[in-house]
Design a protein around this ligand. Structure first.
Ligand code: TYM
Length: 387
């Protein structure tokens, strides 16, 4: 898949235009146009990967294609830390028993997808106190104006902003802390997390400026693969999401073959035949006009290409002029072939909690050992007395 190759890195990781990020009482540093230039010369072993998934609903195809399968690919070349972010989950109320269950489920999803808990670190966030310790410092670095621009808060809080938890509002500070408490340099995510990662860069830069240090790296998002934004099966304009009230809108990693078949069969489509190759650009993407005119067709074909590791051009050429019925059958087959074994493995692991809990416990110890020296240094930089 060529993961980790520099030319595959997402170019969205350009310097933030946010001028506030550079304001601060600390001495001015020379401004770099390319904030990761110091990484470009590093051996892969010097890149540190961190990412996380919330245990706040079912793991679905969007999580898998947008994030988890990239986590798996990256571990061959890089030092990786993968977190189950239970503290993020409670920004919206969670039933405690269900939260425990889902924390194990996400862990099982990581393992079943192929993350090796010996090479990579897998743990749940609340077991490593350094995340919330650094988050507090970041609460004091981030400007309220920056948080006010976060679209995810606006989406999740909806009209009832006054009643949203304050945790939901400062959530991006905790997310920045998750990453920076390990001085991670690269963060594989789906497209919806891009804005949070831009904020993480601003926070790192402002901390460095405020205290006159070159301490935190400026992280680079890795938004990779054919399906960085998987859309709902019911509405091609909406993201596939665990919080969608309709289960039919998503394919869960633990759905059985019959359920997948039913969801794909009922997925919203349109009355036209599948398109000819003119809808694919030279870069191998669907044209904006096609995505706009036929979002559901674009989504289903993108999912198909991602699940089969084939290019959109090939998939389009294969199904040109066919109806949705044939295509949906083929899509069901590849989804079941790819997800079925993982879903089974997840169910097996969740029913025997011993192994999963052990993985989380070991991972938390290793993660805490990595984070502690960094939080100690942060405390020294900020002026907190220790011992
Ligand atoms: P979360 O739990 O919503 O999603 C986990 C990962 O799955 C990706 N994803 C998608 N990708 C493509 N299409 C979709 N429909 C889709 N839905 C979800 C997300 O982009 C994400 O990569 N804030 C994060 C969790 C987090 C985190 C972090 C991530 C907390 N701390 C530090 C990276 C680094 C979130 O809510 O992801």
């Amino acid at each position: 898949m060529g993961m980790g190759g520099r030319r595959n890195l997402d170019r969205s990781g350009q310097p933030s235009d946010n001028p506030d990020a550079r304001d601060g009482p600390g001495p001015r540093r020379s401004r770099r146009r390319d904030p990761v230039h110091h990484l470009r010369f590093l051996h892969p072993a010097m890149k540190r990967i961190f990412s996380g998934v919330q245990p706040s609903g079912n793991l679905h195809l969007g999580n898998y294609l947008g994030a988890i399968r990239n986590f798996v690919a990256l571990q061959a070349d890089f030092d990786c830390i993968y977190c189950v972010v239970d503290q993020h989950a409670i920004t919206l109320w969670q039933d405690p028993a269900v939260l425990r269950q889902r924390t194990r489920e996400v862990t099982a999803g990581y393992l079943a997808a192929g993350i090796d808990p010996k090479t990579s670190i897998i743990f749940n966030q609340s077991q490593v106190a350094a995340h919330s310790q650094l988050a507090w410092v970041f609460n004091c670095v981030t400007r309220i104006g920056w948080l006010n621009r976060m679209t995810q808060f606006k989406d999740k809080a909806g009209k009832n902003r006054e009643k949203a938890s304050s945790g939901l509002y400062v959530y991006p500070n905790l997310m920045a802390a998750d990453i920076l408490v390990y001085k991670a340099t690269h963060v594989p995510v789906g497209e919806d997390q891009k804005q949070h990662l831009e904020l993480t860069r601003d926070i790192a830069q402002k901390f460095n400026n405020d205290y006159g240090v070159e301490f935190f790296p400026i992280v680079e998002p890795l938004i990779q693969g054919a399906a960085t934004r998987v859309m709902s099966l019911r509405d091609g304009a909406k993201k596939m999401s665990s919080s969608d009230p309709s289960d039919a809108a998503r394919i869960n990693m633990t759905d059985d073959a019959d359920t997948v078949a039913k969801k794909v069969r009922r997925a919203t489509s349109d009355s036209e035949l599948l398109p000819d190759p003119s809808v694919v650009t030279g870069e191998g993407q669907f044209t904006a006009a096609f995505r706009e005119a036929r979002p559901e067709a674009a989504n289903l074909m993108t999912i198909f290409a991602a699940l089969t590791d084939r290019s959109l051009a090939e998939v389009v050429a294969d199904y040109e002029g066919k109806g949705f019925a044939d295509f949906k059958k083929a899509l069901t087959d590849v989804a079941v072939a790819r997800l079925g074994p993982m879903g089974e493995e997840m169910k097996r692991m969740v029913s025997d909690t011993g192994y999963v809990d052990q993985v989380l416990h070991d991972g938390a110890e290793r993660a805490a050992a990595r984070a502690q020296p960094i939080i100690d240094e942060v405390y020294d930089i900020v002026g907190f007395l220790r011992h």
